[in-house]
Ligand binder design. Structure first.
Ligand SMILES: [Zn+2]
Length: 452
């Protein structure tokens, strides 16, 4: 609790710092506009019934282009230890979730690191993760460079690989800062960080580390409850299990399907889903009643190969899994498709589907009611209730009017099962305490709506 709060505050400070950088690089006038922005928002909200969030903030990505999901080769990362500077400083990528593709000593205490994608073309989500240690205590300067990308993720630091903190902003230097507020263009081209190192390893990663082992530990901790079961529904290309958690407090055939981690770096989406699921499994009267009336199916780690190999986006078939829900060329999407078909045969009716992701800022991607009709209205009611309860950080809604081809899980869920469904996105830098709160509020409001 305390740790996540601290992380939240630091992320908040970092966000402000970023805004200052942008303002500084433009002109003071722009900076004062930014300072006035919350005041203007407050006054506008008094007389304007339209949600303010629609006029600012991250507007979302454009329509998804149709792409092939036929398996493509992936460059497996070389794993090992780099002994540098006469074997006094060591870098390692020998752990799950690591990504470091090269490092050179530039002289004195300066090192340049190189991070590449599993294959290309790929989304600009340049994941990295490595360990560093030294024969003597010292400070080193590390320059992060990326294959056809920019410095999207702000570094997280750990001494045990489990508990991470945001790097102090005084130790972070953006090189060739970006332009604008969102997207890759807004990110600096490179980043240079200064870190103290000693004989004990220090982990440096793009986001907090949630490997398949750690996700399994979380699932196992919930599975201690009598109404929670966990079992594999398939296997990835590298033979990791695709685990499903089933929450069933009665014998209800009304069911929900909840997914996360189709895309490896999307840790904030996972954290929101974690809080969402913990609320459904929780002790509240509402949760107990809900579990008697609904069965919840959850696949918390859709892409275990991608996560453990430190991929930027794809599975080990070199494919963006959230483009494979029309052709089903990949084993991960096939397992969920087959599982849902089997459950339908057993008489289950799917009433809600959510797929948690991360992007530049919090945003909702539902299907438009011109596609879903009155059946899809519940998704919009849900969003409205969540937003009403969380006025401190508003998120935009970007509804899709296109159902076919059903490349995404959301579209497949509706096309195959007429299930109201959504892509629920959290920002990369959204404070972790808020991510947790949003997951809890989202669960409470969904239970309320489905029970009405
Ligand atoms: Zn995603």
């Amino acid at each position: 609790m305390h740790k996540s709060f601290e992380l939240g505050i630091k992320l908040f400070v970092f966000t402000k710092f970023n805004i200052f950088q942008v303002a500084n690089s433009k002109c003071m006038k722009a900076y004062f506009k930014l300072l006035l922005f919350p005041v203007v928002l407050f006054f506008c909200s008094c007389k304007n019934a339209e949600p303010i969030a629609e006029k600012s903030g991250y507007q979302g990505q454009g329509p998804t282009p149709v792409v092939s999901t036929t398996t493509r080769p992936v460059q497996k990362q070389w794993k090992g230890i780099w002994p540098l500077n006469d074997s006094t400083v060591f870098f390692s990528n020998q752990f799950d979730g690591a990504r470091l593709n090269g490092v050179v000593h530039d002289g004195k205490n300066h090192y340049t690191l190189w991070f590449t994608a599993e294959n290309t073309p790929v989304n600009p989500s340049p994941w990295y993760g490595f360990k560093i240690w030294s024969t003597m205590s010292q400070e080193v300067v590390l320059k992060f460079t990326y294959q056809d990308s920019r410095s999207r993720y702000y570094p997280k630091i750990s001494r045990d690989g489990q508990h991470f903190k945001v790097l102090d902003s005084s130790r972070f230097k953006p090189i060739n800062p970006g332009e604008g507020q969102f997207g890759l263009k807004a990110a600096p081209e490179f980043a240079e960080i200064t870190v103290p190192i000693d004989e004990q390893p220090t982990w440096i990663t793009a986001q907090e580390l949630y490997t398949s082992e750690r996700v399994k530990e979380w699932v196992d901790s919930l599975s201690l409850q009598s109404f929670v079961r966990s079992y594999p529904i398939g296997e990835s290309r590298e033979k990791r299990p695709i685990n499903l958690m089933e929450i069933n407090g009665g014998d209800s055939k009304k069911a929900l399907i909840i997914l996360t981690f189709q895309h490896p770096p999307e840790v904030t989406g996972f954290l929101a889903m974690k809080s969402f699921m913990e609320t459904l499994v929780g002790e509240s009267e509402q949760a107990k009643a809900f579990r008697g009336k609904f069965t919840i199916f959850n696949v918390p780690l859709m892409n275990p190969d991608g996560v453990d190999n430190g991929h930027w986006r794809h599975n080990f078939g070199g494919i963006d899994l959230n483009r494979d829900w029309a052709d089903f060329n990949q084993p991960e999407t096939q397992s969920v498709r087959d599982f849902l078909q089997q459950k339908k045969k057993e008489g289950y009716e799917f009433v809600f589907g959510a797929d948690f992701h991360s992007t530049w800022d919090d945003i909702y991607y539902p299907l438009d009611t011109t596609v879903t009709g009155s059946k899809g209205q519940i998704v919009f009611d849900w969003i409205e209730r969540i937003e009403d309860r969380l006025p401190q950080k508003k998120a935009n809604v970007s509804a899709s009017k296109k159902l076919y081809p059903t490349m995404t899980s959301r579209n497949h869920f509706f096309a195959a099962y007429q299930m109201p469904s959504i892509v629920f996105e959290l920002g990369d830098n959204t404070p972790r305490s808020f991510v947790k709160e949003k997951g809890r509020v989202a669960a409470e409001e969904l239970m309320q709506l489905l029970m009405e």
